[in-house]
Ligand binder design. Structure first.
Ligand code: AMP
Length: 262
């Protein structure tokens, strides 16, 4: 870091403590304990697109380390809500969790209300990396209006591309930490100790919506509702397509090179 507290060009901030995502995971009334990790001269505002299981979550973690942005996953907000007791959840959120268990998309109105309660995360001076949102054209249009009304501009939209059979193989081996949400794969990114998170030592679990019957529904939802976003962002000159074949590190290097070249 230079004397003004800004990151120098080649510096990563991997050595700094992780972001606190309280405001994102718990909603508007909550604040981050550490917003943002460092002053960033040119904050990145990125959207990740791609079918479920293509590896967006892993790339999000790696990119956030490098860019100093916060990882804003709408799926993580719903998974965090699953841990709340029934009387803590609004009827809309209870309904949303039923959609999620089946692998279906949560209705746009619920998702947009939830994101609307977290506007300060989209306005954060550290930038953001959106993972899993937007997922429909209606969500993308609403996000566009929201950002425009706050004078916030997107930097890029990375679209991860991989044949469907490879995606299904990735999903079936995926395991997620019950506490810190770090993502592993039994074959390609195994933890040092089986079923145990390297970062916090908690148990690794298979997500309910990674079960085969839910995966089928999620793939259909992607094809029908999310794939059209490729054209939406292409028309706006923001789309960068990345081949998602290879190890997480290889895909990350490819992403980084593409981002620098854009
Ligand atoms: P993800 O972890 O991004 O795959 O999200 C897990 C589940 O949460 C999805 O299968 C949906 O049920 C729900 N979900 C997350 N984000 C959205 C969104 N932007 N729109 C609709 N449903 C969503």
């Amino acid at each position: 870091m230079n004397k003004n507290g800004l990151l120098t060009q080649n510096e990563t901030i991997a050595a700094l403590p992780k972001h606190d995502r309280t405001a994102w995971l718990k909603g508007g009334k909550h604040s981050c304990l550490m917003p943002p990790r460092a002053q960033i001269s040119k904050p990145s505002r990125i959207i990740l697109l791609g079918a479920p299981g293509v590896g967006k979550g892993t790339q999000a973690e790696l990119l956030c380390e490098r860019l100093g942005t916060c990882h804003l996953s709408t799926g993580d907000v719903f998974r965090a809500a699953k841990c709340c007791s029934d009387n803590e959840l609004s009827p809309a959120m209870k309904n949303a969790l039923d959609y999620m268990r089946r692998g279906d998309l949560v209705p746009d109105e619920t998702v947009l209300n939830m994101v609307g309660e977290r506007l300060k995360c989209l306005n954060c001076s550290g930038g953001f990396l959106l993972d899993g949102f937007p997922r429909t054209v209606a969500q993308a249009k609403a996000l566009e209006q929201l950002l425009e009304s706050h004078g916030v501009k997107l930097t890029s939209v990375f679209n991860y591309d991989l044949p469907i059979e490879k995606i299904v193989a990735r999903i079936s081996g995926r395991r997620t930490c019950a506490s810190c949400k770090a993502v592993y794969h039994v074959a390609t990114r195994p933890p040092k100790i089986a079923d145990t998170c390297d970062q916090c030592g908690d148990k690794l679990l298979q997500r309910e919506d990674d079960r085969p019957e839910a995966v089928k529904v999620r793939m259909e939802a992607y094809e029908n509702s999310t794939r059209p976003l490729i054209e939406f962002y292409q028309q706006r000159g923001l789309l960068i397509t990345i081949e998602a074949e290879g190890s997480p590190e290889e895909i990350y290097q490819r992403t980084w090179r593409a981002a620098k070249a854009s």
